[in-house]
Design a protein around this ligand. Structure first.
Ligand SMILES: [Fe+2]
Length: 212
């Protein structure tokens, strides 16, 4: 008799397990964003204005030089689930290739209207968005935007977004080290699209960050 009573419960549990395993197997296919070096230009002190609009520094009339890029996406884990409470930071050089950093030669010539660094917490859907600049090359490197993601659970991912199709990128040592598979390459290659609907002359790209 017990033999009949127990199997019913086991069957239900068993079915649930099979379904869950299949979902997990299907969902756990997202390639993670490859880690890349932080580089020497992470801020040593943060700007007064460090919101997600790097093109406009609050209190200044001027807008940063360069082509505006709307960069947005989600922070996901490798099963495709959004990661709430994650902090996304970005930093990059100005349109002349100059970082706002003590180790930057010619820092005094930097574009004061460019914020250079911004951060934001993702929203309830795991989304982040920045209004920044299309990155430019500087000596020794192809165009890139540095970023760092810290999750509420305490994990951290540091990497860089590059521009898809940029002729010099294939030879860039940081890029080459991080892209051993096409899936990983996709995670850090921005495909830039004109976005006149957002603002005249602007570009836009969508980059999900998969923290694993
Ligand atoms: Fe850099």
């Amino acid at each position: 008799m017990t033999k009949l009573a127990i199997p019913r419960r086991s069957l239900l549990l068993g079915t649930g397990f099979v379904v869950m395993s299949a979902e997990r197997a299907f969902a756990a296919t997202l390639a993670t964003t490859p880690q890349q070096t932080e580089g020497p230009f992470y801020p040593v002190s943060f700007p007064t204005d460090m919101d997600n609009d790097l093109v406009q520094v609050s209190g200044q009339a001027a807008q940063a030089m360069g082509t505006v890029l709307h960069l947005q996406g989600r922070v996901l884990d490798s099963s495709g689930t959004t990661v709430p409470g994650a902090m996304v930071e970005i930093w990059q050089c100005d349109a002349q290739g100059i970082y706002d950093h003590p180790r930057q030669p010619g820092r005094e010539r930097r574009d004061q209207a460019f914020q250079g660094y911004g951060r934001m917490l993702v929203d309830a859907e795991g989304r982040y968005s920045f209004r920044t600049l299309k990155p430019v090359a500087y000596p020794g490197r192809t165009p890139h935007i540095h970023f760092k993601v810290a999750t509420a659970a305490g994990s951290q991912l540091t990497s860089q977004f590059h521009i898809a199709g940029e002729p010099e990128t294939e030879r860039d040592f940081v890029y080459r080290d991080a892209t051993r598979s096409p899936q990983q390459r996709e995670r850090i290659e921005m495909r830039l699209q004109p976005a006149p609907g957002l603002e005249p002359g602007a570009l836009a790209t969508s980059m999900d960050i998969v923290v694993g």
